[in-house]
Ligand binder design. Structure first.
Ligand code: T5A
Length: 212
């Protein structure tokens, strides 16, 4: 595959949407203009249906942690096989709003699912497929949720406790420190500083990979 897969990760309100716009501008300046945007869960009709159930539930039926986990992987593999891989094969760059790191952090640390079960599932479903670069936007849950709250009502996951999101942030930081393909950005800075940090990190990565 010749395109690249760049993923933006972070807690709600970290500023992933702004980061995606910044990344697009930087890539465009390097004449990388054939970009495909994805979001997870979602991005195909089946994955979007699962997204709706995950975010809002269905008919008051309790959604078990295991079913939620399986839905994330079902949505992800639909997106990978039907959108991401074909785009990469066509030499396009894919910019993803969340990917598997979210599952490791939210379903692993947040929901506290069995880590061995997640690891086995990941291996069986993704079969080694992973992003070329992940930009993790680090923010405290207090600040992130405050930004999101200004937007309106919380969804099913956003309604979780602060300690749920603290566990998630801790796991994100732990995983980022163990993987050189994950770059951490301080997302609590003012918008302009965040943009500059992303620009610097992405330009360095592009240079190191002989892309620009
Ligand atoms: N999930 C997802 C899992 O549990 N497991 C998984 O495997 C996956 C893939 C997805 C939910 O599913 C969970 C995680 C989520 O709970 P979603 O609606 O896609 O749901 O939620 P998010 O991805 O979290 O999207 P958000 O819109 O909530 O977060 P963003 O995109 O990070 O926030 P953004 O960019 O819209 O910014 C929020 C507000 O803050 C402002 C923006 O202008 C905006 O108003 N802002 C700043 N303000 C000041 N300073 C800055 N630096 C700012 N940056 C942004």
């Amino acid at each position: 595959m010749s395109g690249k897969f760049i993923v933006i990760e972070g807690l709600e309100g970290a500023g992933k949407t702004t980061a995606i716009t910044t990344i697009s501008h930087i890539l465009n300046k390097k004449n990388i203009t054939d970009l495909v945007y994805t979001r997870e869960p979602g991005g195909t009709p089946i994955a979007e249906t699962l997204r709706n159930i995950i975010k809002h539930g269905l008919a008051d039926e309790p959604l078990t942690n295991k079913a939620e986990l399986l839905m994330f992987y079902a949505a992800r593999i639909q997106l990978i096989e039907n959108v991401i891989k074909p785009a990469l094969q066509a030499n396009k760059w894919v910019i993803g709003d969340r990917h598997d790191l979210s599952t490791q952090a939210y379903q692993g640390a947040g929901r506290q699912n069995d880590l061995m079960f997640i690891s086995t599932l990941k291996q069986s479903v993704l079969d080694g497929f992973k992003p070329d670069l992940t930009i993790y936007m680090d923010i405290s849950p207090e600040l992130g949720l405050k930004r999101v709250k200004a937007r309106g009502e919380f969804d099913r996951i956003e309604q979780e406790s602060l300690t749920f999101f603290e566990r998630i942030r801790e796991r994100y930081l732990e995983l980022a420190s163990q993987d050189s393909s994950i770059i951490t950005i301080d997302a609590s800075q003012p918008l302009e500083s965040v943009k500059l940090s992303i620009e610097k990190a992405l330009n360095t990565w592009l240079m190191e990979n002989g892309i620009a």
